[in-house]
Design a protein around this ligand. Structure first.
Ligand code: AKB
Length: 314
């Protein structure tokens, strides 16, 4: 089958790299980047782009009608930290954007839909270490609540209507090509920029806050592997736990010091994101992803740190 792929929310941290990877696999003309903002030079010139607000059903209808996509990736969302600044908008975008896309996917018989969830679906009463796929989930951010509700909708559309929806619970994602967009894990990207620019960084999370993280190369590869896996191997239609590496700011700083020996880490203290981080897991058990579609991360802390610094220096 000839694929036509829509990426909604293409200009963010994930979309920027996902669009490029999909265009390599499927051809530039078959991957349509869509966002509410003008794309950067690379995306705009490498293939088709459409202005799309996922809350605007009229525009979505036009785009589905025009391209009749075989696959849709819905990445448009407000993340945990910005979501807390505007909870109603976060709920509206994260929830109604998803429902709009699921509905149009049914009408236009889209073969596969991808929607990202997050470790934010877990909460203060979830097990902290090696958090399992199935456990107490009591998220206390609007982002986490919307992701947990979204997971239930994905499973519902699969069970009731047979829609092939696939999803991953992303940890914090670390990348150098595009900036992260308002999350609690963003310190782990900022720290690299500041280490190179100034030789020091003031972290908004405390020294010992361990969080699950992943290098973007692994995240993109894992996402495409999940989408390419045979449908009968996908046993989870809510969202898969997905793990790379877990570390604290002080452990990351020690790794950076292997490349920049004088790098200094301090702490701002008193930041609202600390409370969010404290409610999330420290590490994730992704046994189902490993078993169902042979997930295997390639970047550990050392490899990720070296790659980040090499690329940012360029
Ligand atoms: C955030 O920090 O909000 C995101 C996430 C873990 O989903 N990076």
């Amino acid at each position: 089958m000839k694929e036509k792929i829509l990426v909604l929310g293409s200009n963010g941290q994930i979309g920027t790299e996902l669009v490029s990877a999909l265009r390599l696999d499927y051809g530039s003309d078959n991957v349509i980047a869509c966002d509410i903002r003008r794309p950067d030079y690379e995306i705009k010139n490498a293939g088709p782009f459409e202005f799309v607000n996922v809350l605007d059903k009229d525009i979505l209808k036009v785009i589905f009608e025009k391209y009749k996509p075989t696959q849709v990736y819905l990445l448009a969302a407000l993340l945990s930290a910005t979501g807390e600044q505007n909870p109603k908008l976060a709920w509206d975008l994260n929830m109604n954007g998803l429902l709009n896309v699921l509905d149009f996917a049914l009408v236009y018989k889209t073969a596969k839909v991808y929607w990202p969830s997050s470790i934010a679906v877990f909460g203060p009463n979830s097990p902290k270490n090696n958090t399992p796929q199935y456990c107490t989930m009591d998220p206390n951010t609007v982002y986490g609540i919307s992701k947990l509700a979204g997971e239930r909708w994905c499973e519902y559309y699969h069970q009731k209507y047979g829609l092939d929806v696939r999803s991953i619970r992303y940890p914090g994602l670390i990348s150098w090509k595009a900036a992260p967009g308002g999350g609690t894990t963003d310190y782990a990207v900022h720290i690299f920029h500041e280490a190179l620019k100034k030789g020091n960084y003031a972290s908004f999370l405390s020294a010992t806050t361990a969080l699950p993280m992943m290098y973007m190369d692994d995240a993109i590869r894992g996402t495409i592997e999940l989408m390419n896996a045979p449908a009968d191997q996908i046993t989870i239609r809510s969202s898969y736990n997905f793990a790379g590496v877990s570390f604290t700011p002080e452990v990351l700083a020690a790794e950076i010091r292997k490349h920049i020996p004088d790098f200094k880490l301090s702490y701002t203290g008193n930041d609202h994101r600390q409370q969010i981080a404290d409610s999330w897991p420290s590490s994730i058990d992704d046994g189902f992803a490993k078993k169902d579609w042979a997930w295997k991360p390639e970047f550990d802390l050392a490899k990720m740190t070296a790659d980040m610094l090499i690329n940012l220096k360029k």
